[in-house]
Ligand binder design. Structure first.
Ligand SMILES: *[C@@H]1O[C@H](CO)[C@@H](O)[C@H](O)[C@H]1NC(C)=O
Ligand SMILES: *[C@@H]1O[C@H](CO)[C@@H](O)[C@H](O)[C@H]1NC(C)=O
Ligand SMILES: *[C@@H]1O[C@H](CO)[C@@H](O)[C@H](O)[C@H]1NC(C)=O
Ligand SMILES: *[C@@H]1O[C@H](CO)[C@@H](O)[C@H](O)[C@H]1NC(C)=O
Ligand SMILES: *[C@@H]1O[C@H](CO)[C@@H](O)[C@H](O)[C@H]1NC(C)=O
Ligand SMILES: *[C@@H]1O[C@H](CO)[C@@H](O)[C@H](O)[C@H]1NC(C)=O
Length: 686
């Protein structure tokens, strides 16, 4: 039954492709294959079956590029490549006078008369074989009509004696290979001539050819290989019509060959011109009318997973849980019952009562709605509507995420929940209720607070830096607005240092410090006209992604909270990391963040948690040791101390000490810290 079904489906698809083809140059009589090779349009055999430049001949049941003897092994539309056997270039020395070349061939072949091909630089390499030779490939310019050579690329090979060359080793002895640039148009080779007197018996000829990067293995016997040999070469093809005298075509100004619905034009990655691809969610041949067909994602669970009910749509698919089940994202997470069975039964029993209750609460809901729009106004909704890269979520968008189940932690701003919005993993921050109360007071005091909040959110949303957690949007329909951030997968530096105890090499730690410093430095000096201060720099606010790339979180949150507090000198940060000067004077500056960062560096190199309750003993002991002019070796984490890179460890400790200086003026700026860490950072990821 199911095979019959798929049979008729296949027949239908064929039929569709057939009727589609009749409207283009592909006439129903066109041959779709030759031997075992498929011939997709724009390739074709015989008049009216191909696009100019893409003609194929079928000779002895094998395809060749029309008008040439060049065998075709493979033709495909996506990826847009062909594989063709091309001759090797060679030169052989005169046996009676081995300092002269007797016969040679440049292997020039008419494979690119119409200019549709470029030699694929990603799939091929140039191979030179010989025992005393420099060989190279020569190619003309890709654009322009005059024939001038634009590329010479090659390599050198030498053998000390007949036993030097080794099988499988193409590394300069008997054989060498080299990457080629994009844009090559010709299969054309040349050599330098060197005396072969001592090597005529084992290497009478030199060879040059293009070969599959992953599929050529040198054999010593290749030093005497057949000169008539051909090599499989990948060609990138594209629509490169040159009718207007060598003018360059791109998707911007092409007469479109992308005739199928649901197709896209893509500029060729190799040479001028463009290719046609089926759009996302479709597959087939974009060069043929109706050539792109919807992919039935539901029939392919391996590539398009769905744990719930799958429903195919044009170009995509829907995946939902069965009623009564839920999942954050049924495409990646199993659906689980919303209520356990026992609860379901009791819910059934009291269902009737609830209906009555709902009715009577109707008017309450009405009131809630009115409140919702008031909150929206109060939180600056009108101002934020005009901001570009900030999304405004509705309360009901976020409601499913704010479940115990999704709770991931508590920060200075409030509770944090993990969820999925618009297919993106997000962290939703919901303020704690005490702020809500004070918020009301502030709201009554005037409309200025709403502008402040909105402006703060706009500033944050403009900050796009790889070392800072990105603000995606906010929800204003609640008393105290919720903020939606990108979700950072590996958790915080605090977790990784102390809870998970993942092993961390010195390189990784330096890199974490360097990248975090870049984020802070960016906020202090580049992101905005006035510096944006953090106010609560600590390992718990440094999040790490899959590659252990740090992203600073909770930036500016301090100010969001402070604006609502009526008492001005309230300290909201973590006292452990707090600059003592700020504690005394109450003025937060960039240098306060520098101090906190100094404590973070100490924790990174010691893997000891700094705490306020023990009188900041970690910081104290470091500073004491340093004051006595000694190295803080015993305080370093053993894991990295045994790696023996004491010089870098000492530099880090030194920098921490400078950051912790009680004389604010003597602390380096965050930018200086970032620059110095960059030098210590081996990976220098930029
Ligand atoms: C090979 O070298 C010999 C000696 O120099 C010369 O007579 C002969 O013509 C050469 N052969 C060719 C094909 O050049
Ligand atoms: C491209 O130009 C060459 C020479 O100017 C011409 O022979 C060839 O037919 C043209 N090809 C196409 C596809 O227009
Ligand atoms: C190089 O060749 C010479 C003579 O053929 C031989 O004596 C010598 O050992 C070879 N050297 C190496 C490193 O193979
Ligand atoms: C490698 O090349 C050989 C012949 O040249 C061919 O039979 C084989 O399929 C190729 N393998 C791959 C992975 O392309
Ligand atoms: C190479 O091809 C030429 C011409 O097609 C032919 O004369 C010659 O015999 C061939 N050589 C080998 C070794 O097959
Ligand atoms: C097509 O656009 C490309 C750049 O997009 C430009 O270089 C080329 O000259 C244009 N060709 C024609 C024929 O307008």
């Amino acid at each position: 039954m199911s095979t019959a079904l798929s049979f008729s489906l296949a027949a239908l698809l064929l039929l569709m492709a057939g009727t589609g083809g009749s409207e283009t140059a592909v006439t129903p009589g066109c041959q779709t294959s030759c031997g075992s090779v498929n011939i997709p349009y724009p390739f074709g055999i015989g008049m009216g079956c191909f696009r100019k430049g893409f003609e194929i001949d079928c000779v002895d049941n094998g395809p060749v590029l029309a008008g040439t003897p060049l065998r075709v092994l493979h033709l495909s539309v996506d990826p847009d490549v062909s594989q063709v056997m091309l001759p090797v270039g060679w030169q052989c020395y005169n046996a009676s006078d081995p300092s002269y070349v007797e016969v040679q061939s440049n292997a020039e072949s008419e494979m690119n008369k119409d200019g549709v091909y470029r030699i694929s630089n990603t799939r091929n390499m140039l191979v030179i074989i010989g025992c005393n030779t420099v060989g190279f490939t020569v190619s003309r310019r890709t654009e322009g009509s005059s024939y001038s050579y634009a590329y010479y690329t090659g390599c050198m090979s030498f053998c000390n004696d007949s036993a030097s060359a080794e099988d499988r080793l193409c590394a300069g002895v008997g054989c060498c290979h080299v990457d080629i640039p994009p844009g090559l148009t010709d299969n054309y080779f040349d050599f330098r001539t060197y005396d072969h007197t001592t090597m005529m018996d084992y290497s009478p000829c030199d060879y040059a050819f293009l070969a599959d990067r992953t599929n050529y293995t040198f054999r010593r016997s290749d030093l005497r290989m057949d000169r008539n040999r051909t090599s499989p070469v990948w060609l990138d093809w594209a629509i490169r019509d040159n009718s207007s005298g060598g003018a360059i075509l791109s998707c911007a100004n092409a007469t479109m060959a992308c005739v199928s619905a649901h197709s896209d034009c893509v500029d060729s990655p190799n040479g001028p011109g463009y290719n046609c691809k089926c759009s996302k969610g479709f597959q087939g041949n974009a060069y043929v009318v109706n050539g792109c067909n919807n992919i039935n994602e539901c029939a392919d669970n391996a590539n398009y997973p769905c744990y719930g009910v799958c429903k195919d749509t044009q170009g995509s698919y829907r995946c939902t849980c069965h009623p009564g089940y839920r999942s954050n994202d049924p495409r990646t997470e199993r659906c689980t019952p919303i209520f356990p069975l026992a609860a379901q039964i009791s819910i059934g029993a009291i269902g009737g009562v609830l209906v009555l209750a709902f009715l009577s609460f109707g008017f309450v809901i009405h009131k809630e709605k009115k409140k919702t729009s008031e909150f929206y106004e109060k939180n600056g909704g009108r101002i934020l509507e005009g901001a570009k890269n900030i999304k405004i979520f509705k309360e009901q968008d976020l409601k499913p995420i704010l479940k115990k189940f999704n709770f991931i932690g508590k920060g200075a701003f409030g509770e944090v929940y993990k969820g999925v919005l618009n297919e993106e993993n997000v962290a939703v921050k919901k303020p704690i209720s005490c702020i809500v109360l004070e918020d009301k007071k502030a709201a009554n005091e005037g409309s200025n607070s709403k502008n402040q909040f909105a402006n703060e959110v706009i500033i944050q949303s403009r900050v796009i830096h790889k070392n800072i957690v990105r603000l995606i949007g906010c929800c204003l329909e609640v008393d105290s607005p919720m903020l939606v951030y990108e979700f950072v997968s590996r958790g915080s530096l605090d977790d990784i240092l102390y809870d998970k105890k993942e092993s961390l090499s010195l390189d990784v730690r330096v890199s974490i410090a360097a990248e975090s410093a870049r984020g802070l430095s960016y906020m202090h000096s580049e992101a905005n006209a006035t510096p944006i201060l953090h106010g609560d720099v600590k390992p718990a606010n440094i999040l790490l992604d899959d590659n252990l790339m740090p992203k600073i979180s909770d930036f500016g949150i301090s100010r969001l909270i402070l604006r609502d507090k009526t008492h001005t000198k309230l300290v909201i940060g973590d006292q452990t990391y707090m600059d003592p000067v700020y504690l005394q004077e109450g003025l937060l500056t960039e240098k306060s963040d520098v101090y906190s960062f100094g404590v973070v560096i100490l924790e990174l190199i010691s893997r000891k948690k700094a705490t306020h309750s023990d009188g900041n003993s970690l910081v104290k002991s470091f500073l004491d040791v340093h004051k006595k002019g000694k190295k803080a070796t015993e305080l370093f984490d053993e894991d990295i101390a045994v790696q023996g890179d004491m010089e870098r460890l000492d530099s880090l400790a030194e920098m921490a000490v400078e950051c912790l200086n009680l004389d604010v003026a003597k602390r380096p700026s965050m930018t200086q810290v970032a620059q110095r860490l960059l030098i210590l950072n081996p990976s220098r990821r930029s």
